[in-house]
Design a protein around this ligand. Structure first.
Ligand SMILES: O=C(O)CCC(=O)C(=O)O
Length: 238
């Protein structure tokens, strides 16, 4: 992570990481989705999706923000057509649970965090992922009005980041976030790969690596169930 990315993540609780996927990769994934793979875990939809478990551009962010024991907790896709609605604003730093953000001695750490791959453009005003920048550090989580949480009343502190196909939004679940109604004529296509520190789990269902065919040693480490004693470290390729 660059110093400016560290500054921005600490300040806002999310990052837009540009051009993570190539146009060939986006086209290949969209073709597989067009052929009908739209249900369940995207990581099981074939090689291009399996690669996202430990994408080399994203791995340094996972290690810097979640730590070297990072594990994939769960993954799913969001598809939305014009007029579709989903979840209101939720998340935020919680006292119990796995939504947390900490800083100490130059190190940032997070509980459950999300890597969202955009397979279609999301322009300003299209809807989809929205958040309250900086709310991962709020002390007044319960003061967000219900009508702002439900997007019935716009508020200047709620933003909907624009991202192009191939970009990634990385955010901590300690950030207040949700899904604005989708307003664009084209389909929203997002893949959400959600990671936790090695000692924790959000999802009760752990990965069964026998479903995945061939996996690299790194991918196997990242699909391990939660534990911390002697857990193998995830490493960046050199
Ligand atoms: O990308 C979105 O629409 C929001 C996803 C969400 O609400 C979540 O990850 O909990």
């Amino acid at each position: 992570m660059t110093p400016e990315e560290k500054f921005t993540f600490d300040l806002e609780g999310y990052l837009v990481i540009k051009n993570v996927l190539t146009s060939d990769e986006i086209a290949e994934m969209n073709e597989i989705i067009d052929r009908g793979d739209r249900e369940g875990r995207p990581s099981l939809w074939g090689a291009p999706f399996k690669k996202l478990i430990d994408h080399p551009t994203i791995l340094p962010y996972l290690i810097a923000l979640i730590g070297p024991t990072v594990r994939l907790d769960h993954d799913y896709a969001i598809f939305m057509s014009e007029g579709d609605q989903r979840g209101r604003l939720h998340g935020g730093p919680d006292v119990v649970g796995d939504h947390w953000y900490k800083y100490r001695d130059g190190m940032m750490r997070n509980g459950l965090s999300v890597v969202t791959y955009f397979l279609a453009d999301t322009n300003a005003g299209d809807g989809g992922f929205a958040c309250i920048p900086g709310s991962h550090k709020t002390n007044f989580l319960n003061s967000i009005p219900a009508e702002v949480r439900s997007f019935e009343r716009p508020a200047h502190y709620v933003v909907q980041p624009a991202a192009k196909a191939g970009d990634v939004v990385f955010f901590t679940e300690a950030l207040v976030h949700g899904t604005m109604p989708w307003r664009a004529a084209h389909e929203r296509r997002s893949l959400l790969y959600k990671y936790s520190p090695g000692h924790s789990a959000w999802n009760i269902n752990y990965y069964d690596i026998s479903q995945y065919g061939e996996l690299t040693e790194q991918q196997k480490r990242m699909l391990l169930p939660p534990s911390i004693g002697n857990r193998p470290r995830v490493v960046e390729e050199t």
